[in-house]
Design a protein around this ligand. Structure first.
Ligand code: ACM
Ligand code: ZN
Length: 767
């Protein structure tokens, strides 16, 4: 052996650190384990591989059987399991050993996985830890291990490694709204299974809504016959105008037997279900069934569109509390977890203000306003739950007007509720819309299925930190964890739920499980590609939107990129469609005139994602700077000079628009030199139900010195615009003019019905 090769072999074989690092890339587990070292070699599972489980640990059967069922389904192997006691048989040969070790595994959900060529040893303190070891082990096998039917011609090998793992947070939740759309038991189970695979341990089952009450309550049969049905459903987005309905009755609820079945299914996956029964708001379906529980007495109907409704449970009527007490008495025994969620969000106070019973209740209970009445309502709900041995969770509105000390707050309107709760000594679960609302768009809305709005990309979910910096160490311990919310107004099918939930839930699982200092976005993307193969094998309709082609414009060129660098980018810039055998993007595309660029990711001759379709307006103000009296903050158009960046905002993509609340948008564009032009075009957005109003007027003015302006043209907008939704294009064919400065004075609508309104405008195109 030469000196050099000796040195190589010493480094390679004897330095454990290097040997581990060399093959750590074969580990693609999501969520990333606390520590994971790859080793040389592989273990191969064969038909005669033995499974051993610790004698006397009956509750471990769940984890062991879960593994054996998985293995049987995909490999076809009927593995045999047998109990064992004491130390490992040595040499451990062709066995998968489940070992109980309470002394060396600190956390209940923690585990150790030691894979060597001759054996796999999974050590845990509890059955839950053993289950998470199984979930990690399944991700070490080839992706076909997740197949729903036997696959032949696969060597069932796993790379050798040593993993020590435990979760960062105790509450690792995912939510599903079955009120807006109902999902069958089979899908709820599949969803729970997917959550468990990602080491989530809470399933928040949102069971009642304005649009449907989904749980059988035996004492109130009209909840099944009336509240579980709506006569039709709004078509498109609830804010679209004119509003249209599909005319089709929509019904669905879970029987108590089905609920038991789901609870048992979840138990076997170490998932605790948090059922939600909404009160006092989002109760219109219940009121449709029992109108005497509302302030006006009805009649009411189960909601057919989406939003926040004024008809809520009457807080002055004793029958309301009797009803809720009876409902909770049927709900609580079915769910073994300690928590029941009672909603508490979005409860307008209009009806309570006008209701003699509610006003009387406020007098008798000495409540100073309707917020205190809401707080009274929540306190009574808490007492009902306490009688049933349960604890209350509610959305952060439950903090308003005072809260029982044992209540836990789910912070959704930002993080403030969670911060206030933790500072006041309550436990909190973080679900801020900004990072945890998986009903928001996950890619450019122009290429996505209809969603409620917003934008929440995979990277933003991944980078979420649930513990707010405002908290000290003791307060921080009251942050139990976080949860991804899946509101289903715009998800009608299981496939669309999967599309919206995954892979954002994969990213959230890592936020909740992986130690903060072990998170690594680039490495997550590497592992996610392998994970996609697993999800594909399971037939999960996950989204690849994060990997869509992106474009930007700079110095007269369009730059295209794909976060997945293994993709080829095929594009067109001539109104044709891009083709698999068409032009490949290698360098920035020069733009001389207004052009639509279309681009798609391609790998091995296959289209791997959606087609980007973006029009760049090449015009005289492109790339020019401007000043405005008021700068936007929340809706800034995504760039400093979004009104002149060549891209116009889309009908649903609010991120490209400039938006100001109650204020004029009045850019003064500096061409840099005297420039002549004959046409100015701009756009505004009408979306009254989202508070986005048309301008009162738009005026185009020109100036040589930026101080004294001459008006060239003006348009005013009448009340008819208030009934439109969508983009309005406004074109001014001005007399040929010239000047160094151009001002577009867009006058805001201002307040409507006492409320501030938004003005949204984008791209000032000068020709
Ligand atoms: C919520 O999104 N209304 C909790
Ligand atoms: Zn009332």
């Amino acid at each position: 052996m030469s000196c050099k090769s000796f040195l190589f072999s010493v480094l390679f074989c004897w330095t454990p650190f290097l040997a581990f690092c060399q093959v750590t890339s074969t580990i693609t587990i999501i969520p990333q384990p606390a520590t994971a070292y790859g080793r040389e070699g592989q273990f191969e599972m064969k038909p005669d591989t033995r499974i051993y489980f610790p004698e006397g640990k009956k509750d471990w059967e769940t984890a062991v059987q879960y593994f054996m069922a998985l293995a049987q389904t995909s490999t076809g192997y009927q593995l045999v399991a047998q109990p064992f006691k004491g130390a490992l048989p040595s040499p451990a040969d062709n066995g998968i050993y489940f070992m109980s070790d309470e002394a060396n595994i600190a956390q209940d959900e923690g585990y150790k996985m030691d894979i060597k060529p001759g054996s796999i040893v999974l050590t845990a303190r509890s059955a839950a830890g053993a289950f998470y070891a199984v979930q990690s082990l399944r991700q070490m096998f080839p992706p076909q291990f997740n197949s729903p039917k036997p696959v032949s011609d696969v060597a069932w090998k796993v790379p050798c490694c040593l993993i020590t793992d435990q979760p960062r947070f105790n509450y690792r939740g995912m939510h599903l709204d079955v009120g807006r759309h109902f999902f069958p038991v089979e899908f709820v189970k599949r969803y729970i299974d997917l959550l468990a695979q990602h080491k989530f341990n809470r399933f928040h089952w949102h069971l009642t809504e304005d649009q449907g009450w989904r749980m059988e309550i035996k004492k109130y049969p009209k909840l099944q016959t009336v509240a579980a049905c709506r006569k039709e459903t709004v078509v498109g987005h609830a804010s679209d105008f004119p509003v249209q309905y599909d005319g089709k009755e929509y019904c669905g609820y879970y029987t108590q037997e089905e609920i038991k079945e789901v609870v048992e299914y979840a138990r076997k996956r170490f998932v605790t279900i948090v059922p939600e029964i909404e009160m006092p708001g989002h109760a219109q379906a219940a009121l449709a069934a029992y109108p005497e529980l509302g302030c006006t007495g009805g009649p009411y109907e189960t909601a057919t569109t989406f939003g926040v409704f004024k008809d809520v449970f009457c807080a002055g009527n004793d029958k309301t509390f009797q009803f809720l007490e009876d409902v909770l008495a049927e709900v609580c025994p079915l769910f073994p977890g300690q928590y029941v969620h009672i909603g508490g969000d979005e409860c307008p106070k209009d009806r309570w203000k006008a209701c003699p019973k509610c006003q009387q209740r406020m007098k008798t209970e000495n409540l100073k306003d309707e917020h205190e009445l809401q707080s009274y309502f929540i306190r009574r709900a808490g007492q009902m739950l306490a009688k049933q041995g349960k604890r209350l969770i509610g959305w952060d509105e439950i903090l308003e007007g005072g809260l029982a000390p044992t209540a836990t707050v789910m912070s959704w309107r930002g993080t403030e509720g969670g911060i206030a709760a933790a500072k006041a000594g309550h436990y909190a679960i973080m679900t801020p819309t900004s990072h945890c609302y998986f009903d928001y768009y996950q890619g450019d809305p122009s290429g996505e299925p209809l969603a409620i709005g917003g934008l929440l990309g995979l990277d933003k979910v991944y980078n979420y930190e649930p513990v707010p910096t405002e908290l000290n160490e003791e307060e921080a311990r009251r942050i139990l964890g976080a949860q991804g919310n899946v509101w289903t107004e715009y998800m009608k099918t299981p496939e669309s739920v999967e599309y919206m939930a995954f892979p954002r839930a994969c990213a959230l699982s890592e936020v909740l499980w992986t130690p903060k200092n072990k998170k690594n976005w680039d490495d997550f993307l590497r592992r996610l590609k392998a994970h996609f193969e697993r999800l594909s094998t399971m037939g999960v309709n996950y989204s690849r939107s994060y990997f869509d082609i992106r474009s930007s414009f700079s110095g007269g060129y369009v730059l295209l990129s794909c976060p997945d660098r293994t993709m080829q980018i095929k594009y067109s810039a001539d109104e044709t469609e891009p083709r698999v055998d068409g032009r490949t993007y290698f360098s920035p595309i020069s733009l001389k005139e207004t052009t639509t660029v279309k681009a798609m990711p391609v790998k091995d001759g296959k289209v791997m994602g959606k087609t980007l379709n973006v029009t760049y307006y090449v015009h005289k103000a492109l790339g020019k700077t401007y000043t405005m009296t008021k700068q936007p903050d929340q809706y800034s158009g995504g760039e400093r000079y979004a009104l002149t960046n060549g891209i116009a905002g889309g009908p649903r993509s609010w991120n490209n628009w400039i938006g100001l609340l109650n204020a004029d948008i009045d850019p003064v564009i500096d061409f840099g030199a005297v420039t002549s032009f004959g046409r100015v075009t701009t756009h505004f957005l009408n979306n009254k139900s989202s508070g986005i109003y048309p301008p009162r007027s738009i005026e185009v003015l020109v100036s040589d010195d930026g101080v004294n302006f001459t008006s060239l043209a003006q348009k005013t907008f009448d009340a008819e615009n208030l009934n439109k939704t969508g983009i309005e294009t406004v074109e001014f064919n001005t007399p040929r003019s010239s000047g160094r400065y151009l001002k577009v004075l867009t006058k805001a609508f201002g307040q409507a019905d006492g409320k501030d309104t938004w003005l949204f405008m984008d791209e000032v195109i000068v020709e």
